[in-house]
Design a protein around this ligand. Structure first.
Ligand code: FAD
Length: 480
């Protein structure tokens, strides 16, 4: 029987581990946190948007940077397959807003529990509080002592930690004496081959664990408190893999001279346009939130990837907020003037020149604020009036195009997803296997694949995990 070690018990690692076990492998799943799926627990504000049922034609527009790298995994395990999988393992699901799938209970913990039970039924041995520190190859000092199961009929070679340590693994564990990690191609295969992983076990001891095949699913770098601290990039890079530049995405955009009075305002049915170097790049409509980190919310996140890329290139970035995307300028101006005419009729006019392209605000700011209440939430009015004064724009024009030059973006601590990662050019996308290391596969956010919000990122994790665990299908002998 083949032995597989999966590193990282997030959604990608759990799918990979269970799938490899279904294929008959003896599987150990290593997780450095005390529990699996810590990030999964906070997805969808604790409700977990499991997947999105758009078919590939539409789904693919939400996958970055090169969606075709995800296509084989998606077709191997589609969004419909994800829903069926969860239903089959005992998690009922519901559909929201047409294509977004959530657990019927609206609890991400139920997703984790369903996956844990599935793994238990399949006999996957999960070891928590166990951090993988490095891959050991044939050339790692001390590695000669390790009996590589890939080259030795799968027999075990090492002393096992006892049950009291929380580990009763069936894979091989030896005392770690490896320090440096120097790699050359395995002389028998012309491929680099991993013999073991060095881990820090739950007792804080360093040990070696051997297996035939290894699946790296350590996730990205965002929300590091969940365990996703980017360890996998160093582990893979030490084996020669290229890491495409990492940057946070689905993240807040901080305006220049951010008006703190905006914090806490949540807007529905508004539009934004992303401009970089004064060129319109993307338009979105929906919900937008002003938080202590700047501009967030679904449509803020949707434009954040392109904004971060541009900011990293030193380009000028600005967001234009449209408070009335359903109306043309003519329609909004007609409404404004109708109401103004009523006010003049009532003898209470305090705004001069409303028909011009520019306007002067005269009279009491209170009167203007009262008037703006018909157009926007109260909390938005004072910052809006400040913008009017600063820009000299007519209120109608400012409502349709409130410009926010962007200074910076939210860092790893609060970004949702990591863009960049293991170069897809070095991964066989039909199997998720490394093209550089004979017995290594990848799954999930560690890969140079990311997506918009809406269930797309978890679909990437589930589908690549499923494919990696299957070894690319039943025809791949290493995992069967
Ligand atoms: C706030 C938030 C909300 C989100 N909501 C959604 C949503 O609703 N829908 C959606 O599609 N996506 C959502 N996402 C994105 C989604 O959670 C991730 O894309 C997904 O979790 C990636 O799965 P993964 O298994 O690749 O990595 P992770 O979930 O990050 O799991 C990696 C695991 O590896 C472990 N690990 C790391 N290093 C080591 C090591 N050295 N040794 C052992 N273990 C290690 C980590 O502890 C972690 O448990 C959200 C993300 C965030 C932060």
């Amino acid at each position: 029987m083949r032995e597989v070690i999966v590193i990282g018990a997030g959604p990608a690692g759990m799918l990979a581990a269970g799938t490899a076990a279904e294929k008959g492998a003896k599987v150990i799943l290593l997780e450095k946190m005390e529990k699996p799926g810590r990030k999964l627990a906070i997805t969808g504000k604790g409700r977990c948007n499991i997947t999105n049922l758009k078919d590939w034609e539409y789904f693919s527009h939400h996958v970055h940077p090169v969606n075709r790298y995800f296509k084989p995994a998606f077709y191997h395990f589609t969004s419909e397959d994800t829903v069926k999988f969860f239903n089959d393992i005992g998690l009922p699901t519901v559909l929201e807003r047409g294509t977004r799938v959530y657990p019927a209970s609206q609890r991400s913990f139920d997703v984790i529990d369903a996956l844990k039970s599935w793994l238990e039924r399949l006999g996957v041995h999960m070891i928590c509080s166990c951090q993988v520190l490095e891959f050991v190859t044939a050339q790692t000092p001390g590695a000669k002592a390790i009996n590589d199961p890939g080259q030795s009929n799968g027999s075990h070679s090492a002393d096992y930690p006892d049950q009291s340590s929380g580990i009763n693994a069936s894979a091989q564990i030896t005392r770690a004496n490896a320090s440096a990690n120097i790699h050359i191609n395995d002389e028998r295969t012309n491929f680099l081959r991993i013999r073991a992983v060095k881990v820090r076990n739950p007792r804080g001891e360093e040990r070696l664990l051997t297996a035939n095949h290894f699946i790296l699913a350590t996730g990205g770098k965002t929300y590091p408190g969940t365990g996703s601290t980017g360890d996998g990039y160093a582990l893979a890079s030490a084996l020669g893999h290229t890491i495409e530049p990492l940057f946070p995405t689905l993240t807040a955009l901080m305006p220049v001279d951010y008006d703190k009075r905006l914090e806490g305002v949540q807007l529905r049915n508004v539009g934004i346009e992303l401009y970089t170097e004064e060129v319109l790049r993307r338009s979105e409509e929906g919900e937008l939130y002003f938080t202590n980190l700047g501009i967030e919310g679904p449509i803020g996140f949707r434009v954040s990837r392109q904004a971060v890329v541009a900011l990293n290139k030193g380009q000028r970035v600005s967001l234009h907020l449209n408070l009335k995307p359903a109306l043309t300028r003519e329609q909004l101006m007609a409404r404004w003037e109708r109401e103004e005419a009523k006010r003049i009729g009532g003898g209470r006019s305090n705004i001069a020149g409303v028909k011009g392209e520019q306007m002067q605000i005269k009279g009491s700011a209170d009167d203007l604020s009262r008037r703006l209440k018909a157009y926007m939430p109260v909390a938005l009015i004072d910052p809006f009036v400040s913008y009017l004064v600063q820009s000299g724009l007519h209120p109608v024009d400012a409502m349709l195009k409130w410009e926010f030059p962007i200074a910076s973006y939210g860092d790893w601590a609060r970004a949702v997803v990591t863009a960049g990662g293991i170069s897809m050019k070095e991964v066989d996308v039909h199997t998720m296997r490394s093209k550089l290391v004979e017995n290594l596969s990848f799954a999930g956010e560690i890969l140079d694949l990311d997506a918009d919000s809406g269930g797309y990122n978890l679909q990437i994790a589930f589908a690549t995990g499923r494919l990696a665990g299957a070894g690319g299908g039943t025809s791949i002998p290493a995992l069967t």
